[in-house]
Design a protein around this ligand. Structure first.
Ligand code: PLP
Length: 423
Protein backbone atom coordinates (compact mmCIF):
# COMPACT_ATOMS: atom_id res chain seq x y z
CA UNK A 1 0.00 0.00 0.00
CA UNK A 2 2.84 2.40 0.79
CA UNK A 3 5.41 2.95 -1.87
CA UNK A 4 8.70 2.13 -0.19
CA UNK A 5 11.88 4.00 -1.12
CA UNK A 6 14.86 1.87 -2.21
CA UNK A 7 16.75 2.28 1.08
CA UNK A 8 13.84 0.84 3.04
CA UNK A 9 13.27 -2.03 0.60
CA UNK A 10 16.89 -3.11 0.65
CA UNK A 11 17.40 -2.43 4.37
CA UNK A 12 14.35 -4.42 5.43
CA UNK A 13 16.17 -7.72 5.20
CA UNK A 14 18.85 -6.51 7.62
CA UNK A 15 17.05 -4.41 10.16
CA UNK A 16 15.58 -5.69 13.44
CA UNK A 17 12.85 -3.41 14.76
CA UNK A 18 11.69 -2.63 18.32
CA UNK A 19 8.71 -4.30 19.99
CA UNK A 20 7.42 -6.02 16.90
CA UNK A 21 6.85 -9.38 15.38
CA UNK A 22 8.91 -8.93 12.22
CA UNK A 23 7.00 -11.69 10.43
CA UNK A 24 3.69 -9.86 10.13
CA UNK A 25 4.35 -6.29 11.14
CA UNK A 26 2.88 -3.26 9.41
CA UNK A 27 5.75 -1.72 7.45
CA UNK A 28 7.16 1.42 9.10
CA UNK A 29 6.33 4.66 7.27
CA UNK A 30 9.41 6.11 5.56
CA UNK A 31 10.22 9.57 6.96
CA UNK A 32 12.32 12.14 5.11
CA UNK A 33 12.13 15.01 7.58
CA UNK A 34 10.31 16.67 10.44
CA UNK A 35 9.66 20.34 11.10
CA UNK A 36 7.74 21.96 13.93
CA UNK A 37 5.02 19.47 14.89
CA UNK A 38 4.89 17.77 11.50
CA UNK A 39 6.52 14.59 10.26
CA UNK A 40 7.18 14.50 6.51
CA UNK A 41 6.76 11.17 4.77
CA UNK A 42 8.62 10.05 1.66
CA UNK A 43 5.44 10.20 -0.44
CA UNK A 44 4.90 13.86 0.41
CA UNK A 45 2.24 13.38 3.08
CA UNK A 46 2.60 15.11 6.44
CA UNK A 47 1.50 13.80 9.81
CA UNK A 48 0.84 15.92 12.90
CA UNK A 49 2.86 14.39 15.69
CA UNK A 50 0.83 13.28 18.70
CA UNK A 51 3.72 11.39 20.32
CA UNK A 52 6.68 13.79 20.08
CA UNK A 53 9.05 10.94 19.25
CA UNK A 54 8.37 8.97 22.39
CA UNK A 55 7.74 12.18 24.37
CA UNK A 56 11.15 13.70 23.76
CA UNK A 57 10.60 16.43 21.13
CA UNK A 58 9.14 18.99 23.54
CA UNK A 59 9.99 21.97 21.28
CA UNK A 60 8.92 20.24 18.08
CA UNK A 61 11.49 19.43 15.39
CA UNK A 62 14.29 21.64 14.08
CA UNK A 63 14.10 24.32 16.73
CA UNK A 64 16.61 26.82 15.30
CA UNK A 65 18.35 27.61 18.61
CA UNK A 66 18.94 23.98 19.48
CA UNK A 67 20.15 23.18 15.97
CA UNK A 68 22.55 26.15 16.06
CA UNK A 69 23.94 25.14 19.45
CA UNK A 70 24.59 21.59 18.29
CA UNK A 71 26.15 22.81 15.02
CA UNK A 72 28.54 25.05 16.94
CA UNK A 73 29.49 22.26 19.29
CA UNK A 74 29.98 19.89 16.35
CA UNK A 75 32.65 22.20 14.95
CA UNK A 76 34.65 22.39 18.17
CA UNK A 77 34.23 19.15 20.12
CA UNK A 78 31.62 16.55 19.15
CA UNK A 79 32.87 14.13 21.75
CA UNK A 80 35.57 13.53 24.31
CA UNK A 81 35.74 10.97 27.11
CA UNK A 82 34.52 12.15 30.51
CA UNK A 83 37.04 10.17 32.56
CA UNK A 84 40.00 12.41 33.43
CA UNK A 85 38.95 15.14 30.99
CA UNK A 86 36.46 17.97 31.46
CA UNK A 87 34.43 20.07 29.03
CA UNK A 88 32.38 23.22 29.40
CA UNK A 89 28.96 22.00 28.15
CA UNK A 90 28.94 19.11 30.63
CA UNK A 91 29.94 21.16 33.67
CA UNK A 92 27.64 24.04 32.74
CA UNK A 93 24.69 21.72 32.16
CA UNK A 94 25.10 20.11 35.59
CA UNK A 95 24.87 23.57 37.17
CA UNK A 96 21.88 24.64 35.08
CA UNK A 97 19.98 21.45 35.92
CA UNK A 98 20.56 21.85 39.65
CA UNK A 99 19.00 25.34 39.40
CA UNK A 100 15.68 23.92 38.17
CA UNK A 101 15.59 20.53 39.93
CA UNK A 102 13.72 20.12 43.24
CA UNK A 103 15.62 21.89 45.99
CA UNK A 104 18.37 19.75 47.49
CA UNK A 105 19.15 17.71 44.38
CA UNK A 106 22.76 18.56 43.75
CA UNK A 107 24.93 15.89 42.10
CA UNK A 108 24.38 15.09 38.43
CA UNK A 109 25.61 11.85 36.88
CA UNK A 110 25.21 11.85 33.07
CA UNK A 111 24.50 8.88 30.84
CA UNK A 112 23.19 8.16 27.37
CA UNK A 113 19.71 6.69 27.75
CA UNK A 114 16.83 6.54 30.19
CA UNK A 115 17.24 2.85 30.90
CA UNK A 116 20.89 3.44 31.75
CA UNK A 117 19.96 6.33 34.04
CA UNK A 118 17.61 3.94 35.87
CA UNK A 119 20.31 1.25 36.15
CA UNK A 120 22.61 3.91 37.57
CA UNK A 121 19.97 4.98 40.10
CA UNK A 122 19.54 1.35 41.17
CA UNK A 123 23.30 0.78 41.51
CA UNK A 124 23.59 4.05 43.41
CA UNK A 125 20.85 3.01 45.85
CA UNK A 126 22.36 -0.43 46.46
CA UNK A 127 25.90 0.93 46.87
CA UNK A 128 24.62 3.70 49.16
CA UNK A 129 23.56 1.02 51.64
CA UNK A 130 26.55 -1.20 50.95
CA UNK A 131 28.93 1.66 51.76
CA UNK A 132 27.28 1.84 55.17
CA UNK A 133 27.64 -1.89 55.82
CA UNK A 134 24.01 -2.67 54.97
CA UNK A 135 24.48 -4.94 51.98
CA UNK A 136 21.22 -6.82 52.61
CA UNK A 137 19.32 -3.77 51.40
CA UNK A 138 19.52 -4.59 47.70
CA UNK A 139 15.92 -5.09 46.50
CA UNK A 140 13.49 -2.57 45.07
CA UNK A 141 9.88 -1.76 45.75
CA UNK A 142 8.13 -0.88 42.51
CA UNK A 143 4.60 -0.63 41.18
CA UNK A 144 2.16 -2.45 38.98
CA UNK A 145 1.76 -0.60 35.63
CA UNK A 146 5.21 0.95 36.07
CA UNK A 147 7.75 1.22 33.28
CA UNK A 148 11.40 2.09 33.80
CA UNK A 149 13.19 0.85 30.70
CA UNK A 150 14.29 -2.22 28.81
CA UNK A 151 17.62 -3.16 30.38
CA UNK A 152 17.60 -5.98 32.89
CA UNK A 153 17.51 -4.00 36.13
CA UNK A 154 15.02 -1.50 34.75
CA UNK A 155 12.85 -4.31 33.44
CA UNK A 156 12.88 -6.04 36.81
CA UNK A 157 11.18 -3.00 38.39
CA UNK A 158 8.64 -2.56 35.58
CA UNK A 159 5.17 -4.14 35.45
CA UNK A 160 5.69 -7.93 35.41
CA UNK A 161 2.93 -8.52 32.88
CA UNK A 162 3.59 -5.86 30.26
CA UNK A 163 7.35 -6.35 30.86
CA UNK A 164 6.84 -10.04 30.05
CA UNK A 165 8.89 -11.09 33.05
CA UNK A 166 8.24 -14.77 32.47
CA UNK A 167 10.41 -14.66 29.35
CA UNK A 168 13.42 -14.00 31.59
CA UNK A 169 12.43 -16.04 34.59
CA UNK A 170 15.47 -16.99 36.62
CA UNK A 171 17.68 -14.39 34.94
CA UNK A 172 15.98 -11.24 36.16
CA UNK A 173 16.37 -10.09 39.76
CA UNK A 174 13.21 -10.47 41.87
CA UNK A 175 11.70 -7.26 43.22
CA UNK A 176 8.71 -6.29 45.34
CA UNK A 177 5.88 -5.28 43.01
CA UNK A 178 3.02 -3.48 44.79
CA UNK A 179 -0.07 -1.51 43.82
CA UNK A 180 0.10 2.25 44.18
CA UNK A 181 -2.04 2.87 47.25
CA UNK A 182 -4.97 5.23 46.80
CA UNK A 183 -7.18 5.27 49.89
CA UNK A 184 -6.92 4.85 53.63
CA UNK A 185 -7.32 1.10 53.45
CA UNK A 186 -4.73 0.50 50.73
CA UNK A 187 -2.31 2.90 52.42
CA UNK A 188 -2.55 0.93 55.67
CA UNK A 189 -1.81 -2.25 53.75
CA UNK A 190 1.02 -0.60 51.82
CA UNK A 191 2.59 0.70 55.03
CA UNK A 192 2.49 -2.72 56.59
CA UNK A 193 4.05 -4.39 53.55
CA UNK A 194 6.82 -1.80 53.33
CA UNK A 195 7.60 -2.05 57.04
CA UNK A 196 7.86 -5.82 56.62
CA UNK A 197 10.51 -5.61 53.91
CA UNK A 198 12.45 -2.55 55.04
CA UNK A 199 15.54 -4.59 55.94
CA UNK A 200 16.00 -5.81 52.39
CA UNK A 201 14.59 -2.85 50.44
CA UNK A 202 17.10 -0.36 49.06
CA UNK A 203 14.57 1.98 47.50
CA UNK A 204 11.10 2.60 46.18
CA UNK A 205 11.05 3.64 42.52
CA UNK A 206 8.08 5.41 40.98
CA UNK A 207 7.08 7.45 37.96
CA UNK A 208 5.69 10.49 39.79
CA UNK A 209 2.03 11.41 39.03
CA UNK A 210 1.78 9.52 35.74
CA UNK A 211 2.78 5.93 34.98
CA UNK A 212 3.33 6.40 31.29
CA UNK A 213 4.31 3.43 29.12
CA UNK A 214 2.48 1.01 31.44
CA UNK A 215 -0.90 2.47 30.51
CA UNK A 216 -0.96 6.22 31.31
CA UNK A 217 -2.29 5.80 34.85
CA UNK A 218 -2.49 8.83 37.14
CA UNK A 219 -2.15 9.23 40.90
CA UNK A 220 -2.41 12.39 42.97
CA UNK A 221 0.33 14.57 44.39
CA UNK A 222 -0.93 13.67 47.88
CA UNK A 223 -0.47 9.98 47.20
CA UNK A 224 3.03 10.66 45.89
CA UNK A 225 3.97 12.72 48.96
CA UNK A 226 2.56 10.06 51.28
CA UNK A 227 4.60 7.31 49.60
CA UNK A 228 7.71 9.46 49.95
CA UNK A 229 6.94 9.88 53.63
CA UNK A 230 6.51 6.15 54.20
CA UNK A 231 9.93 5.61 52.61
CA UNK A 232 11.48 8.06 55.02
CA UNK A 233 9.87 6.41 58.06
CA UNK A 234 11.24 3.05 56.97
CA UNK A 235 14.74 4.15 55.93
CA UNK A 236 14.16 3.28 52.32
CA UNK A 237 15.38 5.58 49.55
CA UNK A 238 12.89 7.23 47.21
CA UNK A 239 13.76 7.27 43.50
CA UNK A 240 11.65 9.40 41.15
CA UNK A 241 11.82 8.31 37.53
CA UNK A 242 10.97 11.59 35.77
CA UNK A 243 12.25 10.42 32.39
CA UNK A 244 8.78 10.85 30.88
CA UNK A 245 7.22 13.39 33.27
CA UNK A 246 10.15 15.82 33.45
CA UNK A 247 10.40 19.11 31.59
CA UNK A 248 6.85 20.33 31.91
CA UNK A 249 4.87 17.36 30.70
CA UNK A 250 2.58 17.17 33.76
CA UNK A 251 2.23 20.94 34.23
CA UNK A 252 5.21 21.62 36.50
CA UNK A 253 8.80 21.56 35.37
CA UNK A 254 9.07 18.28 37.34
CA UNK A 255 6.14 16.22 38.59
CA UNK A 256 7.73 16.01 42.07
CA UNK A 257 7.30 19.78 42.41
CA UNK A 258 3.52 19.40 42.50
CA UNK A 259 3.87 17.21 45.59
CA UNK A 260 6.52 19.53 47.06
CA UNK A 261 8.95 16.66 47.52
CA UNK A 262 12.66 16.16 46.90
CA UNK A 263 13.49 12.57 46.00
CA UNK A 264 16.76 11.03 47.14
CA UNK A 265 17.58 10.12 43.55
CA UNK A 266 15.93 11.27 40.32
CA UNK A 267 16.23 10.10 36.71
CA UNK A 268 15.69 12.38 33.73
CA UNK A 269 16.02 11.74 30.00
CA UNK A 270 13.68 11.89 27.00
CA UNK A 271 12.98 15.67 26.68
CA UNK A 272 16.32 16.62 28.26
CA UNK A 273 17.88 17.50 24.89
CA UNK A 274 14.59 18.62 23.34
CA UNK A 275 14.49 15.29 21.54
CA UNK A 276 17.59 15.98 19.47
CA UNK A 277 20.12 13.46 20.83
CA UNK A 278 19.92 10.64 23.33
CA UNK A 279 20.97 11.71 26.81
CA UNK A 280 19.90 11.07 30.38
CA UNK A 281 21.01 11.84 33.89
CA UNK A 282 20.70 10.46 37.41
CA UNK A 283 20.71 13.12 40.10
CA UNK A 284 21.28 12.61 43.81
CA UNK A 285 20.98 14.75 46.91
CA UNK A 286 23.99 15.70 49.00
CA UNK A 287 22.94 13.10 51.63
CA UNK A 288 23.31 10.32 49.08
CA UNK A 289 26.54 11.70 47.66
CA UNK A 290 28.35 11.97 51.01
CA UNK A 291 28.07 8.21 51.55
CA UNK A 292 30.32 7.74 48.50
CA UNK A 293 32.70 10.56 49.44
CA UNK A 294 35.38 8.97 51.56
CA UNK A 295 39.02 7.92 51.86
CA UNK A 296 38.05 4.36 50.98
CA UNK A 297 38.52 3.81 47.21
CA UNK A 298 35.89 1.05 47.21
CA UNK A 299 33.29 3.63 48.23
CA UNK A 300 33.57 5.39 44.85
CA UNK A 301 30.59 5.02 42.55
CA UNK A 302 31.37 2.38 39.95
CA UNK A 303 29.88 3.41 36.63
CA UNK A 304 30.98 5.28 33.49
CA UNK A 305 29.46 5.01 30.02
CA UNK A 306 31.65 5.67 26.96
CA UNK A 307 29.47 8.52 25.74
CA UNK A 308 28.90 9.98 29.19
CA UNK A 309 28.05 13.71 29.00
CA UNK A 310 28.48 13.77 25.23
CA UNK A 311 29.18 17.43 24.42
CA UNK A 312 26.72 17.54 21.49
CA UNK A 313 23.97 16.28 23.76
CA UNK A 314 24.97 18.69 26.54
CA UNK A 315 24.88 21.64 24.14
CA UNK A 316 21.44 20.57 22.91
CA UNK A 317 20.23 20.28 26.52
CA UNK A 318 21.63 23.71 27.44
CA UNK A 319 19.88 25.28 24.45
CA UNK A 320 16.69 23.38 25.24
CA UNK A 321 16.63 24.74 28.81
CA UNK A 322 17.05 28.28 27.45
CA UNK A 323 14.23 27.83 24.96
CA UNK A 324 12.05 26.33 27.68
CA UNK A 325 12.28 29.51 29.74
CA UNK A 326 12.30 32.00 26.88
CA UNK A 327 9.26 30.58 25.14
CA UNK A 328 7.44 29.82 28.40
CA UNK A 329 6.63 26.17 27.82
CA UNK A 330 4.84 25.83 31.15
CA UNK A 331 2.24 28.36 30.03
CA UNK A 332 1.84 26.35 26.82
CA UNK A 333 1.22 23.19 28.85
CA UNK A 334 -1.58 24.93 30.73
CA UNK A 335 -3.29 25.83 27.46
CA UNK A 336 -2.80 22.34 26.03
CA UNK A 337 -4.29 20.86 29.21
CA UNK A 338 -7.44 22.99 28.93
CA UNK A 339 -7.86 22.18 25.24
CA UNK A 340 -7.27 18.44 25.70
CA UNK A 341 -9.82 18.37 28.53
CA UNK A 342 -12.48 20.16 26.50
CA UNK A 343 -11.98 18.27 23.25
CA UNK A 344 -11.27 14.73 24.45
CA UNK A 345 -14.31 14.84 26.77
CA UNK A 346 -16.45 14.24 23.67
CA UNK A 347 -14.99 10.72 23.39
CA UNK A 348 -16.67 9.81 26.68
CA UNK A 349 -19.88 9.28 24.70
CA UNK A 350 -18.66 6.14 22.91
CA UNK A 351 -19.47 2.72 24.32
CA UNK A 352 -16.26 1.02 25.38
CA UNK A 353 -14.71 4.29 26.54
CA UNK A 354 -14.21 3.84 30.24
CA UNK A 355 -12.57 7.09 31.14
CA UNK A 356 -11.09 10.25 29.65
CA UNK A 357 -8.33 11.88 31.69
CA UNK A 358 -5.88 14.71 31.19
CA UNK A 359 -2.80 15.76 33.12
CA UNK A 360 -0.72 18.62 31.76
CA UNK A 361 0.10 17.87 28.14
CA UNK A 362 -0.99 14.23 28.44
CA UNK A 363 -4.45 13.33 27.15
CA UNK A 364 -5.79 9.81 27.62
CA UNK A 365 -8.85 7.98 26.33
CA UNK A 366 -9.14 4.77 28.32
CA UNK A 367 -11.01 1.92 26.65
CA UNK A 368 -12.33 -1.02 28.63
CA UNK A 369 -10.36 -3.25 26.27
CA UNK A 370 -8.54 -2.96 22.97
CA UNK A 371 -7.89 -5.92 20.69
CA UNK A 372 -4.78 -6.03 18.52
CA UNK A 373 -7.00 -5.69 15.42
CA UNK A 374 -8.71 -2.62 16.80
CA UNK A 375 -5.33 -1.11 17.66
CA UNK A 376 -4.04 -1.69 14.12
CA UNK A 377 -7.25 -0.38 12.58
CA UNK A 378 -7.13 2.76 14.70
CA UNK A 379 -3.47 3.37 13.85
CA UNK A 380 -4.35 3.15 10.16
CA UNK A 381 -7.31 5.51 10.57
CA UNK A 382 -5.12 8.04 12.35
CA UNK A 383 -2.51 7.95 9.60
CA UNK A 384 -5.17 8.41 6.96
CA UNK A 385 -6.45 11.46 8.81
CA UNK A 386 -2.92 12.93 8.82
CA UNK A 387 -2.05 12.20 12.45
CA UNK A 388 0.68 10.21 14.16
CA UNK A 389 -1.03 8.55 17.13
CA UNK A 390 -0.31 5.05 18.42
CA UNK A 391 -2.67 3.35 20.86
CA UNK A 392 -0.83 1.69 23.74
CA UNK A 393 -2.12 -1.20 25.87
CA UNK A 394 -5.81 -0.27 26.28
CA UNK A 395 -5.49 3.49 25.86
CA UNK A 396 -5.35 6.04 23.08
CA UNK A 397 -3.16 8.90 24.26
CA UNK A 398 -1.66 12.18 23.12
CA UNK A 399 1.69 13.54 24.28
CA UNK A 400 2.38 16.11 21.55
CA UNK A 401 5.27 18.56 21.32
CA UNK A 402 4.58 21.42 23.75
CA UNK A 403 4.79 23.81 20.79
CA UNK A 404 1.69 22.40 19.13
CA UNK A 405 -0.78 24.97 17.78
CA UNK A 406 -4.44 25.06 18.72
CA UNK A 407 -5.46 23.95 15.20
CA UNK A 408 -2.95 21.10 15.12
CA UNK A 409 -4.12 19.85 18.50
CA UNK A 410 -7.75 19.98 17.39
CA UNK A 411 -6.77 17.87 14.42
CA UNK A 412 -5.30 15.25 16.76
CA UNK A 413 -8.29 15.16 19.12
CA UNK A 414 -10.75 15.05 16.19
CA UNK A 415 -8.81 12.15 14.68
CA UNK A 416 -9.31 10.22 17.93
CA UNK A 417 -13.02 11.07 17.99
CA UNK A 418 -13.54 10.09 14.34
CA UNK A 419 -11.37 6.98 14.75
CA UNK A 420 -13.46 5.77 17.68
CA UNK A 421 -16.63 6.45 15.71
CA UNK A 422 -15.40 4.25 12.85
CA UNK A 423 -13.63 1.43 14.65
C1 PLP B 1 11.21 5.88 28.30
C2 PLP B 1 11.36 5.66 29.73
C3 PLP B 1 12.50 5.03 30.25
C4 PLP B 1 13.59 4.43 29.39
O1 PLP B 1 14.26 5.39 28.65
P1 PLP B 1 15.09 4.94 27.34
O2 PLP B 1 15.77 6.19 26.93
O3 PLP B 1 14.08 4.44 26.38
O4 PLP B 1 16.03 3.88 27.77
C5 PLP B 1 12.59 4.90 31.63
N1 PLP B 1 11.64 5.38 32.44
C6 PLP B 1 10.53 6.01 31.97
C7 PLP B 1 9.52 6.53 32.93
C8 PLP B 1 10.34 6.15 30.61
O5 PLP B 1 9.23 6.71 30.14
Amino acid sequence: MINLPDWEKSGLSHIWLPYCQMKNMALPLPVVGALGCKIKLADGRELIDGIASWWSACHGYQHPEIIAAVENQLKTLPHIMFGGLAHEPGYRLAGELVKILPRGMSKVFFSDSGSTAVEIAMKMAVQYWHNQGQSRKNRFICFRHGYHGDTMGAMSISDPESGMHKLWNGYMPMQYVLDIPSDEYSFAEFKELVAGIRKTAAAVIIEPLVQCAGGMKFHSADVLAAIKNICKENEILFIADEIATGFGRTGNIFACNEAGITPDIMCIGKALTGGVIGMAATIATEEIFVKFYSDDPTHAFMHGPTYMANPLACSAALASLEVFKKENRLAAVEKIEAQLSAELALCQAFPGVEDVRVKGAIGVVQLSEMSTEKKLKLRQEFIESGCWIRPLEDVIYLMPPLTISEQELTKLTSAIYEGLKKC
